[in-house]
Each structure stands twice: as structure tokens, then as C-alpha cells.
Design a binder for this molecule. Structure first.
Ligand SMILES: *Cc1c(COP(=O)(O)O)cnc(C)c1O
Length: 343
């Protein structure tokens, strides 16, 4: 009602207030809100100077979002493998890829679990390569008091409804320390304008968060930590209940994990999913096809083998884990999973 009665719907007081509040929450001086998380990645790439024919290092098990942004600027993804345990970018693989002179790296904090971001950022910085964090699954994940999005040169967020901080529609943002990067994204999100009708940078577009979504996000932001705690508590219950089963469990349920998805790995995935379906438990696979094998982009470039990536794509399964999931439903999931292995 506040937005409707203000008669101001785009780039107004709610958007500025949300940008201030979200920057303060993440711990960066700058936040620029955008229309969605994929735009955040694309405009971040442009703002750190990536252009057509540059290479950008990324992983291939994170749903193709980073790849979409890299292709949108005309650059080429250079895929590297993940660590077996965390399923996040492996520092050793990045070190090898840096020899191919990429312009930037995109580090995805997959499922809400922080990557080994300090080691990755250190390697990239030594090579003079920009670090973009994809935090679309990791709102609030933290390491020794520092939050996801504050480690690299730019942090990218999505506020799609199912994310840890979700709007009532699409939304996104970048956070950063550097004023020039923020200013560049601010121009790119509105036609490349420096001021009204003055097009000062190329490749501008329309990618604005609207006032209604900003107002919703301002209402939900103060509850983010509590809802992340709920996600972590469910994950901790699952981990304790599954510890003796032949499943690979998420590596941690501490503050470095925002609980976006609770993902186990199981060899007999289809039989496992069918068994859970018969016990009224929904599952999903995040993600079944690795980026380098997607049909639209044959001939993808990679450094080293992507053995852990490809294996993960064959074995990962997501179980129900979201704030408000009733205790009884958690017990039902646990029963369904345990009964699969008791057969
Ligand atoms: C959801 C998501 C995105 C994309 O966000 P949109 O707002 O849907 O464009 C990017 N990266 C990751 C890891 C995501 O989960």
C-alpha cells in the first residue's frame, strides 16, 4: 500500500533504502539493485572489464547461470572442476586455468555452501584477475563474520521467489566495495545513461528492480538470518539421521552454509527418487546436465578433467529443505530415506 499510494513505481525511495540496507547486511559500501540475478552476473562481468573474446573461469555444475552471463557478453567460459567434498570450485583447478589468461572468474557458492573463497580470491588476485561471487544461493552465508559477496570484487544476488531472500517476482543486485564498479553497473542498468538521455557507456539496457519488489525485500531482509537458521536446523536433523547410510551428505551445516538446498549424493539415484516419490516426498536434481555438455554450446572449453563435476551431475538429489517445513514432514522425509536403504 505504501508503494501504491506513493505513485512512484521504479527507482524510488524503496529501492534506495533497500540498496542501503542490503549493502549494510552484506558488509559492503555499495549495492546496486537489478531486475534479476543473471543480469547481476552479466553487468558485473561488464563492469570489471570483460568483453567479447575474453575468457572467464567458472564451474560447470551450477545450473548454467554464470555461463549464460558469460555468453551474453560474448566471452568464453573456461570450465574447471570442483572439489569432491564441497562441489565448489577447486583452487588447484583454478591455479591451472589462470595460466590461460582469463579476464575474470565466477565463483558460485553452490547450494548455499561457501566455496574456498579466500584461497580462490588470493590466487586470482595474484594473477590480476577479477573475482565475481555468484551468491544467488548464499544470502547470509558467512566465514568468520564476513558474508558471501564481500570477498571478491563483486557479489551477485538473485531475489527469485525461491531464493533464501526472495521477492514476489524477479529481482537481483550486485554488491561491491569499488565506487567505480558500482557506478558502472548503475549506468548499465539504465540504458548506459550517466544522466537522463545522456548515453555515456555502451551495452546499457533496462535492468531495474521495481519499488514493489524493493518494499517486499525490505520487509523480509530482517527475517533472513532466522529463516537461514531454520534451513540449517533441518539440514542438521537430516545429517544426523543419515550419518550411517551409504549417502554423501552436505559437508557442513554451520554458518558457512545458508541451507539453500539440502543435497545428498546417491549412486542409485533414479530408484532412490522413485522410492521417495512413493512415500509422497518430492525431490529434484540440481543440476542434471553439466554446462560443458549443454546442447546449445557444443565445443565448450575446459581445463583438466571435469570428473567430479560429471559424477556429481549423475548422483546429486535435493531433499525438501525450506523455512516453514513442518517437523512432521522432516520426520517423514527421514523415514522415507531410511526405508530405501532398509529394503
Ligand atoms: C537462481 C540463480 C541465478 C540466477 O538468478 P535469476 O534471478 O533467476 O536470474 C544465478 N546463479 C545461481 C547459482 C542461481 O541459483
Amino acid at each position: 500500500m505504501r508503494v501504491v499510494q506513493s505513485n512512484w513505481y521504479v527507482l524510488g525511495g524503496e529501492v534506495s533504502a533497500f540498496e542501503r540496507e542490503f549493502a549494510a547486511y552484506i558488509g559492503t559500501p555499495e549495492c546496486v539493485s537489478l531486475a534479476n540475478g543473471t543480469d547481476a552476473l552479466e553487468l558485473a562481468l561488464r563492469a570489471v572489464g570483460v568483453s567479447a573474446d575474453d575468457r572467464v573461469v567458472c564451474v560447470a555444475n551450477a545450473g548454467f547461470y554464470g555461463s549464460t552471463a558469460i555468453h551474453a557478453v560474448g566471452a568464453t567460459p573456461l570450465y574447471v572442476d570442483v572439489e569432491e567434498r564441497s562441489l565448489n570450485m577447486a583452487p588447484a583447478a583454478l591455479a591451472e586455468a589462470l595460466q590461460h589468461k582469463p579476464k575474470a572468474i565466477i565463483v558460485t557458492h553452490l547450494y548455499g555452501q561457501l566455496a574456498d573463497i579466500e584461497a580462490l580470491a588470493e590466487l586470482a588476485r595474484e594473477a590480476g584477475v577479477a573475482v565475481i561471487e555468484d551468491c544467488a544461493q548464499a544470502h547470509g552465508a558467512a566465514l568468520r563474520g564476513r558474508r558471501a559477496g564481500s570477498f571478491g570484487d563483486v557479489g551477485c544476488f538473485s531475489f527469485y521467489p525461491t531464493k533464501n531472500l526472495g521477492a514476489l517476482g524477479d529481482g537481483g543486485a550486485v554488491v561491491c566495495r569499488d565506487r567505480e564498479i558500482a557506478q558502472s553497473v548503475r549506468m548499465l542498468r539504465q540504458y548506459g545513461w550517466s544522466t537522463k538521455y545522456q548515453v555515456s557507456v555502451p551495452h546499457g539496457r533496462n535492468s531495474r528492480l521495481d519499488e514493489m519488489q524493493a518494499a517486499v525485500l525490505r520487509t523480509k531482509l530482517p527475517r533472513l538470518d532466522a529463516s537461514n537458521d531454520q534451513r540449517r536446523n533441518i539440514a542438521a536433523r537430516y545429517n544426523a539421521a543419515f550419518v550411517d547410510l551409504p549417502l554423501t551428505l552436505p559437508p557442513s551445516t554451520g554458518e558457512a552454509y545458508a541451507g539453500h538446498l539440502y543435497v545428498v549424493r546417491v549412486d542409485a539415484r533414479e530408484a532412490f527418487r522413485e522410492h521417495l516419490r512413493s512415500h509422497d516426498v518430492a525431490t529434484d536434481v540440481h543440476y542434471p546436465v553439466p554446462d560443458h555438455l549443454q546442447a546449445a554450446y557444443p565445443g565448450a572449453q575446459r581445463v583438466g578433467t571435469l570428473a567430479f563435476t560429471e559424477r556429481a551431475c549423475r548422483t546429486v538429489v535435493s531433499l525438501p529443505c525450506f523455512p516453514g517445513l513442518p517437523d512432521g514432514d522432516v520426520a517423514q522425509v527421514i523415514h522415507a530415506v531410511r526405508s530405501f536403504f532398509a529394503r
